[in-house]
Ligand binder design. Structure first.
Ligand SMILES: Cc1ncc(COP(=O)(O)O)c(C=O)c1O
Length: 398
């Protein structure tokens, strides 16, 4: 077997994996339509059309566009009544925006640990931390895999909490045949550049609750009522609106989404099968209640013990040098000095520092023989793991 690139050999991959984002004539056609409409912001028809279609796509009564996934979370939390001093439960293993949304409202956050079977929230880990100030729990559908919504709902009912689903990565995902986003009280989506449906930036809030939808409409539009004069502001809100350009692109992306979802799903299943054949790497176990995984990321577990103790960071660096896009993923949120601290949460620590390896979704749009290169790369690194450990130093943070 050839030496790995990190030790001076040749990389497995000579050609790149598919690029993201992708677009075709449809985006151009709709962009031109937006341009010629003369409504580039408020009142744009493509925004309304997207909201309607996205709500249908997510099985929600309402979908409301806004500027980002982070602002979607913030608007939804405010609409759910969160104010200074209230407590919001967030997994410590998530994107920083989940926490920032709550902290921006001067709420406190309670960090939940995750399950190592799913890397999504384990509500039992916060059972003893709930107080009368705890108002909302945010399950994150990490990587596009719905969190255990049965457990979240049961817990929320018992503790009288609202549920805000962080579905930033989970367009089209389903928990027991129900689309995410309106299983709880509200859901937040992101359309940032890496997302499976993207306009570069953007977000949306979904809900089945008419009253909540009306508050959300107003919150993203500086507190204006839907039918009032321009300079009437009934509540404290923000300009978290979106442009018609983004809506044009989003409409085209949404049309393409079902086909790409199929493709990612079949690639993920194939990768699951391939990974199972190598000791020391394994897919996360499937759960039949996840009736649709959105595969925003393909996440697998790495076991350094099977690779002569080669640290995750160095394994990832070596795999990247083979031409396989991958990264180490999140740090625990409490490890950031400017966020609230916590004693270490064992599963979060394990996922972050020892075992979780992320492959971004465009890789899943490749062909089968391209996916096989991932395994060839991993096997090469495994064979030379002792030598890599001895001779190479991780470039931390790469
Ligand atoms: C889990 C999660 N929550 C929230 C966000 C925030 O979305 P945005 O980057 O659009 O603000 C993201 C995306 O980056 C995310 O992955």
């Amino acid at each position: 077997m050839e030496l790995p690139k990190i030790l001076g050999g040749e990389a497995v991959r000579k050609k790149p994996f598919p690029k993201w984002p992708i677009f075709d004539e449809r985006e151009k056609e709709l962009l031109l339509q937006a341009l010629e409409s003369g409504k580039w912001g408020v009142g744009g028809k493509l925004q309304e059309e997207f909201e309607k279609k996205f709500a249908e796509f997510q099985d929600a009564k309402h979908a409301l566009l806004c500027s980002s996934g982070t602002t979607a979370l913030k608007i939804a939390l405010k609409a759910l009544g969160i104010s200074a001093g209230d407590e919001v439960i967030v997994p410590a293993y998530t994107f920083i925006g989940t926490a920032i949304a709550a902290l921006d409202l001067h709420a406190k956050i309670i960090y939940a640990d995750i399950s190592l079977e799913t890397y999504t929230i384990d509500v039992e880990s916060v059972r003893n931390k709930i107080t009368e100030k705890t108002k909302v729990v945010i399950p994150v559908h990490f990587a596009g895999r719905p969190a255990d919504m049965d457990a979240v709902k049961e817990f929320a009912e018992e503790k009288n909490l609202s549920i805000l689903e962080d579905a930033a990565q989970a367009h089209g995902a389903e928990w027991r045949n129900r689309k995410v986003g309106a299983i709880g009280d509200a859901g937040a989506f992101s359309f940032q550049s890496s997302k499976n449906i993207t306009a570069g930036e953007g977000g949306a809030i979904t809900t089945n609750d008419d009253k909540l939808a009306s508050i959300i409409w107003s919150l993203r539009n500086v507190g204006r009522p839907r039918d009032g004069p321009w300079y009437e502001h009934r509540i404290y809100g923000w300009n978290y609106r979106i442009t018609e350009w983004q809506a044009a692109i989003l409409l085209a992306q949404l049309e393409r989404a079902p086909k790409l979802m199929e493709k990612r799903d079949s690639s993920a299943r194939y990768l699951d099968k391939l990974l199972t054949e190598v000791d020391g790497v394994e897919p996360l176990p499937n759960d039949p209640r996840v009736s649709r995984h959105a595969h925003h990321l393909y996440v697998f577990r790495y076991d350094p013990a099977e690779f002569n103790g080669l640290e995750k960071e160095l394994f990832i660096q070596a795999l990247r040098e083979e031409g396989i896009p991958c990264n180490a993923g999140y740090r625990p949120l409490y490890s950031y000095s400017f966020l609230p601290g916590s004693s270490p949460l064992s599963n979060t620590e394990k996922a972050a520092y020892i075992e979780a390896v992320w492959i971004p979704q465009p890789v899943l749009l490749a062909e089968r023989e391209d996916l096989e290169d991932i395994i060839i790369g991993i096997e090469k690194i495994k064979k030379y793991s002792r030598k890599i450990k001895e001779e190479c130093k991780a470039i931390v943070g790469k």
